[in-house]
Write a protein that binds this ligand. Structure first.
Ligand SMILES: Nc1ncnc2c1ncn2[C@@H]1O[C@H](COP(=O)(O)OP(=O)(O)OP(=O)(O)O)[C@@H](O)[C@H]1O
Length: 347
């Protein structure tokens, strides 16, 4: 129960000061709401207090928010969904009316009627039957999809056969041109190196490196003596040594010097080895391959008789002035020398 007690007439013994203050008492079931008032109840009148009547506030009534009237000619209870649908249809109607103004009105009216029949309310006509032009709407205009259709990208599956063929021809020509350019680049680099070799330019680094390695070889006195015995004096020489003493280096120098000496007859120097790997190391062939008599296990006279039947092998033996055998074993070398003497004596 609200009651407003002022302190003007209240005695000091009741606990009120002389300041303009007031005491307000509330019941449990009454909700204070400031100046708006509360549900009214009879005010309690105290004998020594001034009673001020408290008028209850009027009951709250739920009021509907006043909305702007929608300019619908036939249905005043149009909802937001209906208005949205109507705006969309109006925009569609505007776009189609630009292309076919004669048939757009009737078709859209049919669409609007069908859409309106599915709504909760009565069917919404797009526009009055007497008015064939669609109403102007504030809905933003849709992009001109029909106009963009003419500017659509021509896809290969939509193009005709001639266009597709031209496109494939262009692709093939492009690939061929790229491959040819890459091949020209690779051969061009080789050609430039070849031309640089011919002109002797400084860009041919491999040639310079090879020459520099060859120029570093300087034979020792022993190597020079063996080289002189073989090349200058034409002696049959058997030289050996431990690993890494320079046998292969000396042999390559002997071959080079002999090839220079017998430059007019390239088959005069036969470079062979007992094994294939050793033959590859000095750029020659195996001794058995050079002999032309198989494994050469028979005596020398039988091998000579066998060689006479092999005219190609016999001619190779007769053209040979110097026979070089690398990695040779002494028994093989001795038998080979005997065989060589037999060949030269028999032929
Ligand atoms: N006269 C030389 N001038 C420069 N380097 C040399 C000379 N003689 C030998 N060498 C170097 O010594 C090393 C061994 O030489 P090489 O391979 O000829 O020895 P080798 O006797 O043939 O060895 P292996 O019996 O194992 O084949 C090589 O690196 C070689 O370049």
């Amino acid at each position: 129960m609200p009651s407003l007690v002022t302190s003007r007439n209240a005695p000091a013994s009741k606990g009120f000061s002389r300041v303009n203050s007031f005491k307000r008492e509330w019941d449990d079931d009454v909700v204070p709401s400031g100046g708006a008032g509360s549900r009214g109840r009879p005010l309690v009148q105290h004998s020594s207090q001034e009673i001020v009547e408290w008028s209850p506030s009027p009951p709250r009534i739920k009021q509907k928010i006043a909305t702007a009237p929608v300019p619908t000619p036939h249905n005043a209870l149009e909802t937001a969904a209906d208005r949205r649908r109507k705006a969309i249809l109006a925009a569609m109607n505007e776009n189609t009316a630009s292309t076919s103004t004669s048939t757009a009105g009737s078709s859209l009216h049919t669409i609007a009627s069908s859409l309106g029949s599915s709504s909760r309310h009565a069917p919404l006509p797009l526009f009055p039957s007497a008015q064939r032009e669609p109403p102007k709407s504030s809905f933003p205009e849709l992009p001109p999809t029909i106009a963009l259709d003419s500017k659509k990208r021509a896809l290969p599956w939509n193009a005709d056969i001639a266009q597709v063929s031209l496109m494939w021809l262009f692709c093939i020509a492009h690939c061929y041109r790229s491959t040819k350019a890459a091949r020209h680049d690779s051969t061009g680099s080789e050609g430039s190196s070849k031309s640089s070799k011919k002109t002797g330019s400084t860009s041919s680094r491999p040639t310079k490196a090879t020459i520099s390695i060859k120029q570093k070889v300087s034979l020792s006195a022993e190597q020079q003596k063996v080289l002189s015995l073989v090349v200058d004096e034409g002696k049959n020489v058997f030289f050996t040594g431990s690993a890494g003493t320079g046998k292969s280096v000396l042999l390559r120098e002997i071959i080079r010097s002999l090839q220079k000496k017998f430059a007019t007859s390239p088959d005069a120097v036969a470079v062979t080895a007992s094994t294939g790997i050793a033959a590859c190391n000095i750029g020659g062939v195996t001794l058995h391959s050079f002999g032309g008599v198989g494994l050469a296990l028979d005596p020398a006279d039988k091998l000579v008789a066998k060689l006479k039947k092999n005219k190609k092998g016999a001619a190779r033996w007769l053209r040979t002035k110097v026979l070089i055998i690398d990695e040779s074993k002494l028994p093989h070398s001795a038998r080979c020398l005997a065989y060589l003497r037999s060949i030269h004596g028999g032929c």
